[in-house]
Design a protein around this ligand. Structure first.
Ligand SMILES: Nc1ncnc2c1ncn2[C@@H]1O[C@H](COP(=O)(O)OP(=O)(O)OP(=O)(O)O)[C@@H](O)[C@H]1O
Ligand SMILES: [Mg+2]
Length: 346
């Protein structure tokens, strides 16, 4: 039995399905991210769990108890929203103390301020705090009620990149320290991969895949997941016996099994999984092309390679220390032999 369970959640707005049967189970102390494009139902799911929205069908359970009909203020859930939602007329400390006062719990404000790294700023009002500091207060306020479950709806999206990375690591540290079961909504895939025990990739109101960050990245369950999580190439080819043909090149792979010969397919492959070598010019049946652009990304340099005999461009990552071997204009042979491939019928 999971600590938090979402079972068959459905919700429509004006005939449009926002959630189309969402099932999800979180173990105690687990952080699961819901990742997906705008409008796929992430906030709706979180609001139903929090009790701010009623589902058309399905249930929410905590420790096996059905809480679907329990009002939001009786659910013991801490929530942090995307936009700052602090009470503007209260100091940081008063914001944090608010929920505990309502619940007549002993004051722990000082401790919570320390926990989120704001020990010295308790007397400040929200307008005297930076965006990152305000979200720390919002997090402390959510934690102050000692919730059973923590719900985070894009708590970092209004912050600049550096602060975002610091605060996400901080949230993960605090969440792990407190063993808090957490549902974290984001549309930032890097953020989801970095902090989660498991990532749920959503599309059109349901989960496409739910697994650890490395499995979601390495073994995407569908083209949608592969394309949404990380950078990937989608190369057009044709299914043939034992593999795929891309132009004149024949790629032997088991990934196309079950697809009818002659069918158009997309070969989905990540830039870091493709090998590259200078091409001698001899036609030895390799997948060949020409480097048409290089973009320096720090540790790696991404080569854009236009495949011979067409206009398809494949992105290939090379350690930046080797990128000098492949200046624009270089003829190269690409090696997909060892690559993890996903082949889907178009
Ligand atoms: N109160 C509402 N009334 C009508 N439609 C709504 C309402 N709330 C959500 N929707 C619709 O439901 C769908 C899912 O919305 P939701 O806010 O859950 O998406 P999201 O995944 O959180 O997107 P984003 O990443 O943009 O925040 C959208 O099509 C949205 O327009
Ligand atoms: Mg949202």
């Amino acid at each position: 039995m999971g600590h938090l369970e979402l079972r068959g959640l459905r919700k429509s707005f004006g005939g449009q399905a926002a959630l189309a049967g969402l099932d999800l189970e979180l173990a105690r102390g687990e952080l699961v991210s819901l990742l997906g494009p705008s409008g796929c139902g992430k906030t709706t799911a979180l609001r139903i769990v929090a009790g701010f929205e009623t589902a058309d069908a399905g249930s929410v359970r905590v420790d096996g108890h059905d809480i679907t009909g329990v009002p939001a203020n009786k659910r013991d859930m801490g929530m942090v929203f995307q936009a700052y939602s602090l009470f503007p007329n209260m100091t940081a400390a008063q914001n944090i103390a608010f929920g505990r006062k309502l619940r007549k719990k002993a004051d722990r404000t000082g401790e919570l301020l320390e926990l989120v790294g704001l020990g010295h700023l308790g007397k400040r009002y929200p307008h005297q705090l930076s965006g990152g500091q305000q979200q720390r207060v919002a997090l402390a306020r959510a934690l102050a009620i000692e919730p059973r479950v923590l719900l985070l709806d894009e708590p970092l999206s209004a912050l600049d990149a550096k602060v975002r990375v610091n605060l996400r690591d901080e949230i993960r540290r605090i969440q792990t320290e407190l063993g808090m079961t957490t549902l974290f909504v984001t549309h930032d895939q890097e953020e989801a991969l970095a902090v989660s025990d498991r990532v749920g990739v959503m599309s059109h109101g349901r989960l496409e895949q739910l697994d650890t960050p490395s499995v979601v990245y390495r073994q995407p369950a569908s083209a949608f997941v592969a394309q949404f999580v990380g950078v990937t190439n989608t190369v057009l080819g044709t299914a043939v016996a034992g593999g795929v043909r891309i132009g004149a090149f024949r790629l032997a792979t088991a990934a196309a099994e079950g697809i009818a010969d002659g069918a158009d397919v997309h070969v989905i492959v990540r830039p870091e999984d493709i090998g590259v070598a200078q091409h001698s010019g001899q036609d030895n049946g390799a997948l060949v092309g020409t480097v048409v652009a290089q973009s320096f990304l720090g540790p790696v340099t991404r080569l854009s390679v236009r495949l011979a005999g067409g206009d398809q461009v494949v992105r290939v990552d090379q350690p930046s220390s080797r990128a000098g071997d492949f200046p624009v204009g270089t003829a190269v042979a690409l090696d997909l032999a060892a690559a993890r491939l996903l082949v889907v019928a178009v």
